[in-house]
Design a protein around this ligand. Structure first.
Ligand code: PEP
Ligand code: MN
Length: 306
């Protein structure tokens, strides 16, 4: 599956004085006040370098809040002016790319629902060509390393080389405490194939709830991922999107202060094998529980027939 990727080292284009690199900000930009208050809140945390906010929101069902659109980009510009944080937004089509670039957004990201579609990724890559803009590529919704890699290759072949992969977990039909199963072996395989490609974790979309976030970030750091993107909202309870998985700036600061950042061990083969085996055990456990539950139901049905 290997191809040659030309990836510019992160340190050459982004001043990251300490690891991990932290990106924080709301799932969606909702109002100017919410954007500014959240930006000031996260800017007070020294590790946070980049402010994220969804401007155009991909929603599973129509009628849900679909983002404030282009006017929100002005709020982000104001947040950058007043806090010094760099800005990143999600782009899902060439119009988003043009608007974001015209408003001087520093980094773009392509979301999980877009990465699954090679036509969309190709159009986006063509719209970005010639702009030398950094781009983060989330993994696709489904556990498919090839389409994640394919999106990175499409961007790379358009001359974009400031690329970061973002691990946000995968849709998984079995019962799981996570909104999107982490399946750590997939990003680890990407890291094994392309050791120079920086990989961040997005614990918010993996977990789907605040409680699992600290452990998920620690796991990502233990697996030598180089940073995190955490959805942070000044008042998560009022968030218009993803309210259960957003943390306040104060909670983010607390989570970051408790992380243990180790130096690179260089022992990726070992971590990869261990993760594969652990993941296999987890899947077998789920199947066992499912089978036992099904057996119980059949037993009850038999009883009720007697
Ligand atoms: C997001 O970051 O708000 C988002 C929509 O993420 P994903 O594409 O990972 O679902
Ligand atoms: Mn979100």
């Amino acid at each position: 599956m290997t191809s040659t990727l030309n990836i510019a080292p992160l340190e050459e284009w982004l001043a990251v004085s300490e690891k991990p690199l932290v990106i924080a900000g709301p799932c969606s930009a909702e109002t100017e006040k919410q954007v500014m208050e959240t930006a000031f809140g996260v800017a007070a945390i020294p590790q946070v370098k980049i402010f994220r906010a969804g401007i155009w929101k991909p929603r599973t069902r129509p009628g849900d809040f679909e983002g404030v659109g282009t006017p929100g980009l002005k709020w982000l510009q104001k947040a950058r002016e007043q806090t010094g944080l760099l800005l990143t937004v999600e782009v899902a089509n060439p119009m988003h790319v043009r608007e974001a670039i015209d408003h001087g957004i520093d980094l773009l990201w392509i979301g999980a629902r877009t990465v699954v579609n090679p036509f969309s990724v190709q159009e986006i890559a063509e719209a970005m060509a010639g702009h030398d803009i950094p781009v983060m590529v989330k993994n696709p919704l489904n556990p498919d390393l090839k389409s994640w890699l394919g999106a990175i290759e499409r961007l790379n072949s358009m001359g974009l080389n400031k690329i970061i992969a973002v691990h946000r977990g995968f849709s998984f039909f079995n019962r799981s405490p996570y909104r999107n199963a982490p399946m750590w072996e997939i990003p680890l395989e990407l890291k094994r194939l392309y050791p120079n490609l920086p990989i961040l974790v997005d614990p918010s979309h993996i977990c789907g709830n605040r409680e699992l976030i600290p452990g998920t970030i620690q796991k990502a750091l233990d697996l030598e991922m180089c940073g995190l993107m955490v959805e942070t909202h000044i008042n998560p309870g009022d968030a218009l999107t993803d309210k259960n998985q957003q943390v306040t700036p104060a909670q983010l600061q607390d989570i970051l202060s408790k992380l243990i950042v180790k130096r690179d061990s260089g022992n990726m083969q070992f971590s990869l094998k261990l993760e594969e085996l652990q993941s296999e055990i987890d899947k077998l456990d789920e199947e066992l529980l499912d089978i036992l539950e099904r057996r119980k139901k059949v037993e009850e049905e038999i009883k009720s027939m007697k």
